[in-house]
Design a protein around this ligand. Structure first.
Ligand code: ADP
Ligand code: 5GP
Length: 202
């Protein structure tokens, strides 16, 4: 069995990662979302172990120390990181794993797993991003402003990603990501087992 893909999905806050991933998971049985650890406080409706593993700074640093994090980064004053074990287990079982992470983490993944597939999700424009971020109604105005400032710094990093997808409509963005994943699974570098099977088929 071929190993599952490791997919890095980045976007500025409010860019639509959560929305797009939810739809992608609903439509594709062979894809899982990695649940990150974070030191930020849960938003209303967020559950521990479902949206994030909410943890203290002390516990988070202990996990890094023990080698349990695939990557980690500080973003707008909070720590975020990807627990390594579930990612490895799913990929070994042939399941594609999505990491919904910011750009510093994306860079770390590229260096520890160069075969990852990186996708940057862009909003159609900055005013639309602002409207969506504010419309979500999950952050106080001061945090919205901080995240918009962070977005201006993050967007140029889209150039370092393998693919750029514009989140105009959810449907089109999800279809574009599905096309990327389908093409990545067909890459010759991932087809060694198929070649061997055919060569030994008589
Ligand atoms: P992120 O996870 O990147 O922070 P979200 O998925 O929470 O972003 O999206 C931010 C807001 O924008 C949410 O209220 C969501 O419903 C809305 N949104 C996301 N994608 C679209 C889209 N294509 N069209 C309209 N609204 C969208
Ligand atoms: P939020 O607080 O809006 O949930 O996330 C803030 C930012 O942190 C988003 O860009 C999100 O993608 C990113 N993020 C979430 N989990 C991780 C993670 O495990 N690692 C890194 N590097 N970034 C993460």
């Amino acid at each position: 069995m071929e190993k599952g893909l490791l997919v890095v999905l980045s976007a500025p806050s409010g860019g639509g990662k959560g929305t797009i991933v939810k739809e992608l998971l609903a439509r594709n049985r062979n894809v899982r979302l990695s649940v990150s650890a974070t030191t930020r406080a849960p938003r209303p409706g967020e559950e521990n172990g479902v949206h994030y593993f909410f943890t203290t700074r002390e516990d988070f640093l202990a996990q890094i120390e023990s080698g349990g994090m695939l990557e980690h980064a500080e973003y707008v004053g909070n720590l975020y990181g990807t627990p390594k074990a579930p990612v490895d287990q799913w990929r070994e079982a042939g399941i594609d794993v999505i990491l919904e992470i910011e750009v510093q983490g994306g860079r770390q993944i590229k260096s520890v797993a160069p075969d990852c597939v990186s996708i940057f999700l862009l909003p159609p424009s900055l005013p639309v991003l602002e409207e969506r971020l504010r419309g979500r109604g999950t952050e106080p105005e001061e945090t919205v402003q901080k995240r918009l400032l962070a977005a201006r710094e993050e967007i140029p990093h889209a150039r370092d990603y393998d693919y750029i997808v514009v989140n105009d409509t959810v449907e089109e963005a999800v279809e574009n990501i599905e096309s990327i994943l389908r093409a990545e699974r067909l890459k010759s570098a991932r087809g060694e087992k198929v070649i061997e099977r055919i060569l030994t088929s008589c």
